[in-house]
Each structure stands twice: as structure tokens, then as C-alpha cells.
Design a protein. Sequence first.
Length: 564
Amino acid sequence: MEVIQALEVVASNTRSEEFVKRQTFEITDWKCGQHLTNHRLHNSMIGVVDAEMVSKLLRDAHSVDIMKATLGSLLESVNKLQDAFKKHVDPVIAKLSKGFASLPDELIAPILNYACVEIGTKQAVWLSHVSRGFRRIALSEADLWTTLHSHAHPDEIEAYISRSREADLNVVAKITPDDYDEDLRPFFTACFNLASRLKSFRITADLDDYTNPFNLALSNKLMDPDDGKMPVVLPHLEELDIFQYKEGDDDLTLDNYSFGDFSPSWDAPALRTIRCRNYIPAPTASAFAAITSFSLFLSLRSGIEVEPFQWLLEFLESTPTLQEFDVEMVDAEHFATAGPITNAITCPSLVSLQLRISSLRIPQATEIILAPFMESLHMPKLDRLSFSAELDYKSLVIPSNSDHSDFISPVVEALLPDPLDHTRLTSLSIAITSQMPNKFQVMGLHSSTIPSKRLVIPLDRMPFVKVMSLTTSFHTTFTGDKSERPSGRGSYQPNRSCALREVRLRSCHYMTIWQLQQMVQSLKEFGVWDALEKFVIEDCASVTLDRALEIIGPERLTYARNFA
């Protein structure tokens, strides 16, 4: 039985039969086989072996006979075991191997569509070459052939256009440092000849240190085939993506951000979504005036220029129908403004703002990025505000003349808009964390000191917020208008100027029980606790369920923890 168990262990740790077949076992791999290399045996005269050597030879030969007999029995048993498994496994394998092809066409078609989305549109061509059946299905599905790539061969583009029949088309133009207008003109001409069918347009520019954006296909000449004399009508265009990637972000210039004031004179009544990376759309483009969703990824590594923020505000002001704005600012530690942001604009339809900033250095970035940007926005219909900041690790090294206990709270103060002008803000999400390098401990700040740094959230700046979500590494409490604070120890009168009904703590990994107690106590002191209906604790590793129940109570607490 031990032999069988050992063999099963080896089999379970072996990846494939081919691996076993590649293994070679020499005579000397066997312990008894090593005795055959004994120099005494080889140095003895032929036919003359001493008694001790004879004893070893006979004993080892007998062991070999036993092993051979054992292996024979094992092989016979394994063959029977294999046959027994085949009766059950073979039908399953047959169904799996033949099952996909045996599915009805109406099921195979969406599977092929999904494969093309996940793996790429080239998959449509590959699938059509698998078999006659797949080719028939692939050619019958127009949606498999609706994405046109700028670097595809002209014959392939023609084939895609033909096979897509009358379906809406998605255009993907990838521009490299080696591409110029004349290289891409045939592709853009072919696309705009099908203007009535274009559903989405994605332009990706991979630039090197010497590429001038005016050489790129974002020039108005390529995007307006008739030099703007006859506006291109794009009745089905819903999405426009313009992404710029550059190896050296230090070399991003104002021209890179503006792309030569790309301002196409399109008539695109259905265009609702624009996504950009290191490019700010021109406010003069009439085609952009009716969008409802705008996403922007902006690198601040370029340094001292404030113009990108001015351009961004000008663009936002030119889109009165904008409802959702998602902006991510990276490399904030490199930004040093050359002047104030002077624009003050109104976004009359904006209901959702998501703002993410990485490498936020405080207090500098709060004063020159976050506060001016938020102060410049008037959003009377704003309902949802989501803010995420990853603090630059250098911010945690507190100068000797700074307040050691409360230097993160100004970030929240700068974030929150004027409540008198934003009475519809009911949902607030704040995530303020910090990633520290290993060398940080050497610099004198241990990671265990992070939770001691305070984050104070002013309730009087969010009087209409009903649901608040919080993710942070810091010691968080609430404060409010001291004039409304109930007097007397243990006197917790309702705060009717605060609408907060739900608090959600998510992934607050450093939060301790006593910090949770202080947070709850601050809510009680400012008269918010009694009106609170729900308190959610999710994936807060240091807060156990039993202690959370003691502090919050079962009537309010919702507790969830991911043990993965």
C-alpha cells in the first residue's frame, strides 16, 4: 500500500504524461544498481569474486526480481484502473470536444461575438478559418466585422466593411511617430465615406520625444475632409476617445495637451461620451456641445503651466448638457502652478463628479490644485461627489513647524463645495490613503504612526449629504458648527441641519476599536447619531464583529469582511 500511495503522490505532482516520458532512469539511479560500479567487482579477476561481493550481488539481484514483479502487478492494476476511468471520462471528453460545434448557430454567434470583444477584432478572421461551419456563422454575423483599424491592410478594411453590411462601425486609429497625414489619409477618407454608420471613434497617439502633434491625424484637414466647408454628418456617433501616450511625460508640452486646437466641424447629434488622456478638447467644437459624459486622464508631470486647467474649465463651460465628469490627475507631486486659476464656471447639468489625484503632496497640492479647481466649479445639480487621493509619501514627513496631529483635514475642506450653492449633494465618497516605500522606515516614520494622524470631516460643510462612504488610513472623526453643538455632558440633541443617514467604512485597515469609538462619539456629540439609520463596516481588518456590535449596536450595524 505504501508503494501505491507513493506512486499517487508522484502522479499528483506531475504535470503531464509527456514530462514522465522525457525522464530517463539510469541503472545507477537505483541504490542496488550503484553496487555494480564497485571497483572491487571490476578489479577482480574474471570469475573470481569474494564471498562478501557474491552475497551482495545475490541480494541485489533478488531485490530487482521483487521490484520487477511488483511493477508488473502495479501495471496490471493501473491498466484496470485506467479502463474503469475511461468508461466515465471518455463520454465527458467526447461531449466537451464536440459540444461547442454541436450548439445551434444562435448560441455560437454570441459566443463568437464575445470572443472578438475580449481578444480583439482579428479574432473574427481567425474564427472564419477554423471550419466551414464557423466561417458560415462568422460571415453571417455583421457585428463581428464592425471595427476598422488604421493599420490594417486596405484589402482587410474593405472586407470588414463589406461583411459588416449596414451595421454601425467602430473606428480605431493608432498613430505612431512614423505616421503622418499622408499615411493615414486613405484610412480616414474610407471612414468618413461611411460617416452615417460611424458609432465610435478612438484615436490613440503614441508619441516619441520629437513628435509634433501638428503632424498627427488630429489635424482638422484629416478630420474635416472638405476643410470644414461641408460639415461631416455623423448621425450615429456616440463615443469619441482621444488618448495620448508618451514615453517621457516630462516632455509633455502645451501643444500636446491641445493637439493643435483640434476642433472638427462635425454634426454629431448623438455624441454623448468623450474620453481623453492628456488631451483637452477644444471648447470651440460644436460637435462636443451636447455630450453628457466626459472622462479625462491628465498627467501633471509637465510642470509649471496652469493653462491645462484653464482649458479644461473652458471646455466644461462649453458643455451645458454634461451630467457626469470623471477626472484622474496623476504625478501631482511635480505640479507647481505659475499663476492662479482665474476661471469660475457653472456646470448647470452636472450630477456626478469623480475626482482622483495620485501622489498628492500636502499642503502644497491642496492649495494649488485641489482647492482652486473645486472653487472654480459651480454645480447646482451635483448629487454625487467621489474623491480619491493617494498622498505622496513625503507628505507624511511633517516639518518641525507644522501641526503634527491635523494636517490632512484641509484636503477635505478643499474638496467640499459651498453647501449654499450645492443643495442637491446627497452622496459623498472620500478615499484618502498613502503608499509608502520600504525606505520610509529608514527616514524615521514607521507605518504604525499613520493611524495617529487625524482626519476631521466637517459636518457643517455637508448638510445635505445622506450617504457617506469613507476609506482612509488615518484617525477619522467628525466635527460641526460649534454654535449648534448641544451643551451639557451626555446631552445629544438632534442636529436638524445635517441629513446624514448612512455611514460606510470600507477598507479602513488601520482603524482600531478606540478610533471607531471616537468616531461614533463625535457623531453623537454633534447630534447626528440618533438620526443615523445604517452604519456599514466592510473589510476593516482591525475591527471585529463583536466589538463593532458593542459600539454601534445591532439595529444600525452592517458588517462584512472578505477573508480571501
